[in-house]
Design a protein around this ligand. Structure first.
Ligand code: ZN
Length: 162
């Protein structure tokens, strides 16, 4: 278990040092801003959603190590996913950080009879480490709530759904 926690910490440190998908998507059609005044984390998210799929996603902002790593992990996880899959990941991470879902062992055998439709959390399991620090949970969920807000936007009709 300690090895697992070390691994998770490595993932957080790595994504904080070298955040993925930073900047702004030039042809974005979804965007949202996130703000966590408790910590001072600020996040600006841009997405290109086409055909019901997140084609591109990038983030800008500044914040603590947890918020930066979480945004980096989030963009990595949802890029290329369908909007439905991205929303499902949002819900899973939300449950994970709220402590309503036990952490899984990466690559371990699935237990129980959960439907296979559940998205695999993979590296996102690393975020579970903040559960013991209630002040930091909002740092970790900021990027996900911002993603959710961006995906909810209906200001641009998606032609493939008509
Ligand atoms: Zn923070």
């Amino acid at each position: 278990m300690n090895e697992l926690m070390d691994l998770y910490q490595e993932v957080i440190l790595d994504h904080n040092r070298r955040p993925r998908n930073t900047g702004a998507v030039v042809d974005a059609n979804r965007r949202a801003r996130g703000d966590n005044p408790l910590c001072g984390d600020q996040l600006s998210l841009t997405l290109k959603v086409s055909g019901g799929r997140v084609e591109n996603i990038a983030f800008e902002g500044h914040g603590c190590a947890i918020s930066t790593a979480s945004a980096s992990l989030m963009t990595d996880a949802v890029k290329g996913k369908t909007v439905a899959e991205a929303e499902a990941l949002f819900r899973r991470v939300h449950d994970l950080l709220r402590g309503t879902e036990p952490p899984e062992v990466p690559g371990g055998a699935a237990t129980g009879d959960a439907p296979d439709a559940e998205p695999d959390l993979g590296k996102l399991q690393a975020l579970a480490g903040v559960r013991d620090y209630p002040m930091r949970v909002k740092c970790a969920t900021l990027a996900w709530h911002t993603l959710h807000a961006a995906l909810e936007q209906k200001d641009q009709p998606v032609s493939t759904e008509t």
